[in-house]
Write a protein that binds this ligand. Structure first.
Ligand SMILES: CC(C)(COP(=O)(O)OP(=O)(O)OC[C@H]1O[C@@H](n2cnc3c(N)ncnc32)[C@H](O)[C@@H]1OP(=O)(O)O)[C@@H](O)C(=O)NCCC(=O)NCCS
Length: 108
């Protein structure tokens, strides 16, 4: 982990990062990218294993969304996280993560 690079990625213009803290301990965080008007993308949301199931993840996503100024939020989901995202008002689409510049026959 490159801490300096992570710090820059979490604080660049257009990036909203919210952190949940309880008694001085970080419970989780979310990173969202936004055009400030219409569209946001939820890049990351993670809650510490011992803090899950208490509404922290939902609060992080709702807070980041409220600060983003956007009307809707797209994201990619792991299979195991689908129940979490289905707890929000939502529509489902097919998702891709592409790697421009890399050979299509050589997936990363
Ligand atoms: C996904 C994750 C962020 C959820 O955070 P959380 O704090 O446990 O979620 P919350 O307590 O806010 O739950 C919000 C809602 O999702 C539901 N939910 C969350 N995890 C669930 C699960 N594993 N199974 C079923 N429902 C789940 C809750 O029941 C709740 O529903 P409600 O609003 O109707 O009561 C957390 O489990 C996590 O960090 N997982 C590992 C990292 C990860 O997978 N990140 C997403 C990558 S795509």
């Amino acid at each position: 982990m490159d801490a300096a690079r992570a710090g820059r990625a979490l604080t660049k213009p257009g990036v909203i990062t919210v952190v949940a803290i309880e008694n001085g301990e970080v419970l989780g965080f979310a990173q969202m990218l936004s055009d400030g008007e219409i569209q946001a993308f939820l890049s990351l949301v993670v809650v510490a294993a011992e803090a899950r199931g208490r509404g922290v993840g939902k609060t992080l996503v709702e807070e980041a969304s409220a600060r983003s100024g956007a009307q809707r939020v797209d994201l990619l989901s792991l299979d195991k996280s689908q129940h979490f995202y289905c707890s929000f008002a939502h529509r489902m689409f097919s998702g891709y993560r592409i790697y421009p510049g890399h050979a299509a026959t050589n997936p990363l």
